[in-house]
Ligand binder design. Sequence first.
Ligand code: GDP
Length: 461
Amino acid sequence: MDNTTIAAISTPLGSGGIAVIRISGEKAIDIADKVFKGKKKLKELKGYTAQFGHVYNKDILLDECVATVFTAPHSFTGENVAELSLHGGEYVVKKVLETLYKKGAVPAKAGEFSYRAFINGKIDLTEAESIMEIISAKNERALTVAERNKQGAITKKINTIKNDLLGLIAKISVWCDYPDDESMEIDESEFLSVCENIKNELTRLINSFNNGKLLKNGINTVIVGKPNVGKSTLMNMLSKEDLSIVTSIPGTTRDVVETTINLNGYTFNISDTAGIRETENEVEKIGVERALKRVKNADLLLMLFETGEILTQEDATLLLKYKEKTVAVINKTDLEKNGKNIIEKTEKTEEFFKKNNVPYVKISAKENIGEEELISVITKTLKLIDTDSSEVILGSFRQKTAAENALNLIENAIGAIKENTPADAYGVLLDEALAYLLELTGERVTNEVADRVFKDFCVGK
Ligand code: GDP
């Protein structure tokens, strides 16, 4: 274990009301005492207490300061920790840090505070990763999931799977030790049912990762539809701002207009594209090409139609090609009051959607009608996990890969059991699967893997 005492600024560098310097290590409080002067020495304070005072470099006053003291093991890192809250100026922080380094602290590396917390058993790897998720959360749902993972939701789930697996492994080792004892015979049907259950749980977890990504990065959404169907108006309705130019001349939205909005706890990165249609206009052609590329890469496609509009072959092809991620939207339903003719045509379009299982919703973007239903249909189409449920959502690619490796081995074990392979042979597969689960939580992990997790952290975290 590293016995140095580290120090770094833990708040963003720049001007602000307050900046916090964190010092951690065996000598953290002694070193803080060398720069801090208050009523009492900091080492006389109990953990979890704070004291007002001043920070000096020799006799030169650097700043006023509130020092907070945490004594090992009751701190974030599990070591002695002192936190100095100063005025948030870049220069003053630099001067105080320089003084601390002169008094024996060393600059903390990126993620080193969290790394020490991990090494000292204060947090596991999934909890460490969730700190990053909390910091980068852009919406309510991403934050809910990150906070739950910080409280150990992933580890709890993995531990349940792990215990089932350990039960099987224990039975195999007893069977190996007492091969002639009939009461120790392996019950293959029990093994199969436990492994199938583990397989389902792992598959669910692995699938949750993509959902987590949509929560974290936002749902890349493309709005397409012919000129004048109301794409810009819809985007404005959803964003509650006038972001696109709304006019009644077809083809006004020549280029891609992008905006990010938070709706119902989700972040949507929306591009309002030029309408997709055959055109001779060179500028519009470029717009259409860009739109098609975006459609391909999008997580969600909102295909907008006007009430009374009959679908073209072009529309139908695009719809069916991206059916899994498309919600068809019939706009301008307020115009339906103008005649039976419109309604009959719309019904034909609706029949097509129903026949082909294309999710659709009817709205009036202009009159702000249908937003709630639209969100509900989007949620169903993208199979978004309800973050209010207790469903666990994996937070990193590393976790997903470990779960996939474990799943792979479990599937092989299931194959082996079905083929009546001797238990010690598939026992090896179960052991290996267990190792991946231990890697996922960080209970058994190589330095290389741990280093990779913390390298993405910034200094002071
Ligand atoms: P875009 O070319 O698809 O972006 O269409 P716009 O959003 O620019 O809208 C074209 C025209 O349709 C504008 O005059 C809008 O006011 C009108 N419009 C948009 N949505 C509705 C709607 O729900 N009802 C009615 N009656 N008109 C709408």
